[in-house]
Design a protein around this ligand. Structure first.
Ligand code: DAH
Length: 342
């Protein structure tokens, strides 16, 4: 009987010794104390019932039980001191006022967003409302309704990401918003729409599969090319500076007729010719024109009654020209050395 108690006492101590190593909190130490030394613990029961053992066995069991009790008490105290020391060390670490402070980085607006905001503000001041439009579109809104039928060769210039599900695609131009807005509203319409567009182009210094465009358009009775010219001249003067020269170059877009590309005089060489403008003295900034009657027909507007102008520009391209940035990839890489400059 007493032999069994001796064995159990030894086992009891062994289990305690492994458990105490796991105790990393004061609360777990207290739980151990209750479990191993409390009134209901095995050791307390042994000591309480020692008188029930045969007299000859009592010293052996009593000595061992008391020794284990002392060991456990000491081990608990030592572990407690250790935990306190660790806590203090940690406090010292935190309270080392000689350490350099941690400066929290305050972000700021990304150059793309900044450029969009600047452009929107200029057009808002001219009375343009800002609208939104979906990035996932159908062929109808991206092409057909904009006078670009399936077999139209110009469709190849708008390389497109087609989605596997349904007839959807990632829009390749923000001109889609023209149809979206005109379907909902009646003229007069005078809106601008900033947004993302997607084209499966190989990424290089001037191409990205995702970039931003700003589309503007105005529809009313009696709108002519002069209105378009005045609007864009005001924009160029405000965005690029009052001395900037502007020119219209005839071009082709399916959704405008006549169509043009707008160039500004090169901000580096002031029109004399340099590397940035490929020695032309001019930099292309946007496409524009008078809304094609077929576009009006798509939304059941009467082309005899209404006329309008539209324009579209690439945001990153405009920002590159304004700030002299030579690689479009910088806008997407999140390198703070680049971003901090704006
Ligand atoms: N959507 C054209 C493009 O992505 C840009 C453009 C050209 C927009 C002429 C227009 C426009 O509104 O009239 O290349």
């Amino acid at each position: 009987m007493s032999k069994k108690i001796l064995l159990r006492l030894k086992e009891f101590e062994k289990v305690f010794n492994t458990e105490i190593k796991e105790a990393k909190e004061e609360s777990s130490l207290e739980a151990l104390r209750i479990k191993y030394l409390g009134r209901k613990s095995f050791i307390s029961k042994v000591l309480k019932n020692i008188s029930k053992l045969p007299k000859a066995k009592r010293p052996l069991v009593g000595n061992l039980a008391n020794r284990i009790k002392n060991n456990i008490t000491n081990a608990l105290e030592e572990q407690k001191r250790l935990l306190e020391r660790l806590k203090e060390d940690r406090l010292h670490e935190i309270r080392d006022f000689t350490l350099p402070g941690v400066r929290s980085e305050i972000g700021h607006i990304h150059p793309t967003t900044k450029t969009i905001k600047e452009i929107l503000e200029i057009f808002s001041n001219m009375g343009f409302g800002v609208v939104d439009s979906p990035e996932i579109e159908t062929e109808y809104y991206n092409f057909q309704a904009l006078n670009i039928p399936k077999e139209h060769p110009s469709r190849e210039t708008f390389h497109t990401f087609y989605l596997e599900e349904g007839n959807f695609l990632l829009r390749s131009q923000t001109s889609t918003c023209q149809i979206r807005v005109m379907e909902k509203e009646k003229p007069p319409i005078k809106v601008i729409h900033p947004g993302k567009v997607y084209r499966p182009d190989a990424v290089d210094a001037s191409h990205s599969f995702l970039f931003h465009q700003i589309e503007g358009f105005l529809v009313d009775e009696g709108v002519n090319f002069g209105h378009l010219k005045a609007t864009l001249a005001r924009f160029c003067a405000e965005f690029f500076g009052p001395k900037t020269q502007m020119r219209f170059r005839p071009h082709y877009f399916p959704f405008t007729e006549p169509s043009a590309e707008v160039d500004i005089s090169c901000y580096i060489c002031k029109g004399k010719g340099c590397r940035v403008c490929s020695f032309k003295g001019w930099l292309e900034i946007l496409g524009c024109g008078i809304v094609h009657p077929n576009v009006f027909k798509s939304v059941k507007y009467d082309p005899q009654r209404y006329t309008g102008f539209a324009f579209g520009m690439g945001v990153e391209r405009i920002a590159m020209l304004k700030y002299g940035i030579d690689d479009i990839r910088l806008f997407y890489e999140n390198d703070v050395r680049f971003l901090r400059q704006f």
